[in-house]
Design a protein around this ligand. Structure first.
Ligand SMILES: CC(C)(COP(=O)(O)OP(=O)(O)OC[C@H]1O[C@@H](n2cnc3c(N)ncnc32)[C@H](O)[C@@H]1OP(=O)(O)O)[C@@H](O)C(=O)NCCC(=O)NCCS
Length: 222
């Protein structure tokens, strides 16, 4: 059902940036259940590895009145970790060579983007996926990282969205039986629809940064 999301609702949505110890984080169950179901649909039989969530540096969420609109996970890596970290097994030589050629020494990996079906473009006419990726790219700029990298599904909007936001496809591969782009963003660019960029500014300015596992540390970021 396509129904334009009202401005009042858009203003109630909050961008939450979590760091710290994610063992008891409220987003863990959401990630495990939603991604578990999705990967099962793609034919994967292995259970979700909790470390995939726990090892992240940042759990970022868009929430509305406590309900998860979308989630994106962020982890930074230095060049010296590219050959030793299991995460990089998803990439290939061609991709890593190109990262080197472009001088990427410190990067952030963006993983597990998900927009809850209720908040999809189809149901809200608002592109929360684009908003969340743009917000993730703000961390790249703020932390002066050389690039953001990601493995993006070509069979859903993930890859095409990223390519509109400044990512470049450095190589291709297959994962969980689907074609994926091995992508990197060196220079983020705004989404081609102005309303998306206005909301990105609004959510970034009003973001709330919190430390998981340390009660009472929540604070307004801007
Ligand atoms: C990927 C995801 C975040 C996209 O969010 P969404 O709100 O469902 O977005 P949609 O797919 O409806 O559309 C987003 C845009 O891409 C377009 N699009 C949709 N499917 C597409 C496709 N296969 N190829 C190219 N463009 C596509 C839409 O027209 C829309 O563009 P617009 O804003 O200019 O109108 C969401 O589908 C999701 O959470 N999927 C499950 C998790 C997942 O697989 N994540 C990707 C990990 S790599």
């Amino acid at each position: 059902m396509r129904k334009k999301v009202e401005e009042g609702v858009l203003k109630r949505i909050q961008y939450e940036v979590w760091t710290g110890d994610f063992r008891d984080h409220g987003g863990y169950r959401y990630w495990r259940d939603k991604w578990g179901a999705l990967l099962r649909d793609l034919g994967t039989t292995e259970p979700m590895d909790p470390l995939e969530f726990l090892r992240q540096d940042k759990v970022t969420l868009l929430t509305c009145d406590g309900e998860i609109v979308g989630m994106h996970l962020i982890k930074e890596y230095a060049r010296s970790q590219f050959s030793s970290e299991p995460y990089f097994q998803g990439y290939n030589e061609e991709f890593l060579r190109e990262l080197d050629r472009r001088g990427a020494r410190r990067v952030q990996a963006l993983q597990y983007i998900m927009i809850d079906d209720k908040w999809s473009v189809a149901n809200t006419l608002m592109n929360f996926g684009a908003i969340l990726i743009c917000l993730s790219l703000r961390h790249q700029t703020e932390n002066r990282l050389d690039a953001s990298i990601s493995i993006a599904r070509a069979d859903v909007a993930a890859l095409s969205l990223c390519l509109k936001l400044g990512f470049e496809e450095l190589s291709v591969s297959r994962m969980h039986q689907v074609d994926v782009g091995l992508i990197a963003c060196f220079e983020p660019s705004p989404y081609p629809k102005p309303d998306v960029n206005e909301w990105v500014d609004y959510y970034w300015k009003n973001r709330v940064e919190s430390v998981a596992g340390a009660p009472g540390t929540e604070r307004k970021a801007a």
